[in-house]
Structures are given as structure tokens and as C-alpha cells.
Ligand binder design. Structure first.
Ligand SMILES: [Zn+2]
Length: 148
């Protein structure tokens, strides 16, 4: 591994401090979690433990949902998570207002904010339109299958 990035070095250090070997697999997990804004789930114990190390470094945050698996978010600035109730997709909305609200609220309450979460639930564009498409194609299907 010669092409190590800055974030790799951070992750490797953190892993070693926790007594984990910085295996290529763990480094790949770190890269994926930090680079992609895909809000990965962590169903495997190795993945989960590795991501927890990144969380301790404040490089990612864990998103817990009442139903379902923990998801991780590498976007640490105040933002809105648009959570699709159908496919589970999470989109980040970098809304400037969110930052202002957090700063204002924290200042007024004399509260030192170290993190925040704002989730909006609903249906993503894909699921919203699939829902409509499925409804109409089901109808067609039903009609063509009907015996004369
Ligand atoms: Zn969706």
C-alpha cells in the first residue's frame, strides 16, 4: 500500500491505538465511509467496529433509527438528512439555515454544540415515482392477464 491518503493515515493510527490491525479490508471500509456520502449500514461486526473508531475521531457520526440498522454519516457539518421510508436512502441536504439554527439556539442557551441531527422522513424521488408507476402497471398487468 503505497498510495496512502491523509485520511488513511488518520484511520490507521486510530485503528492501531484501539488494538486493531490496519488490514486492507479495514482501510477499505474507512475509505468507503469517508469518501462516499452513501450513509453505509454496518451489519458486519468488523465494519461496525471500524466505523466506531472513525466516530471516536469525529470523522463520521452514527445515525440511529428506531427501526432498522445504524447508519453512518461522514458529513459532519450541520445539515438535514432526507430519509426515505421506502428504500431507506438518506440524502444530505447542505442547507445553510441548519447551521444558523444550530448556532443561534446554542448561543441563546449558552450551550456548546458538539453535534446535531435533523431528519426529514418521506419518499425519495425514485420511490415517489415508482409508487405511481407500480400502481398503473399493476393495473395494466391485471387487465392483460384477464381471460376472455
Ligand atoms: Zn426511496
Amino acid at each position: 500500500m503505497s498510495n496512502l491518503k491523509k485520511s488513511d493515515v488518520l484511520a490507521i493510527e486510530a485503528l492501531r491505538k484501539r488494538g486493531y490491525k490496519a488490514t486492507p479490508q479495514r482501510i477499505a471500509i474507512c475509505r468507503f465511509a469517508l469518501k462516499d456520502r452513501g450513509h453505509p449500514t454496518a451489519s458486519l461486526a468488523t465494519v461496525y467496529k471500524t466505523l466506531q473508531v472513525l466516530e471516536e475521531l469525529n470523522l463520521i457520526q452514527e445515525l440511529n433509527f428506531p427501526h432498522g440498522q445504524a447508519r453512518f454519516d461522514s458529513f459532519m457539518k450541520p445539515h438535514i438528512n432526507l430519509v426515505c421510508s421506502q428504500c431507506g436512502d438518506i440524502q444530505d441536504l447542505d442547507e445553510f439555515t441548519t447551521r444558523e439554527i444550530v448556532e443561534k439556539v446554542a448561543a441563546e442557551a449558552r450551550f456548546t454544540a458538539t453535534g446535531q441531527r435533523l431528519d426529514v422522513y418521506g419518499f425519495c424521488q425514485k420511490c415517489g415515482s415508482t409508487k405511481l408507476a407500480t400502481a398503473s402497471s399493476n393495473k395494466k398487468h391485471h387487465d392483460s392477464r384477464r381471460l376472455p
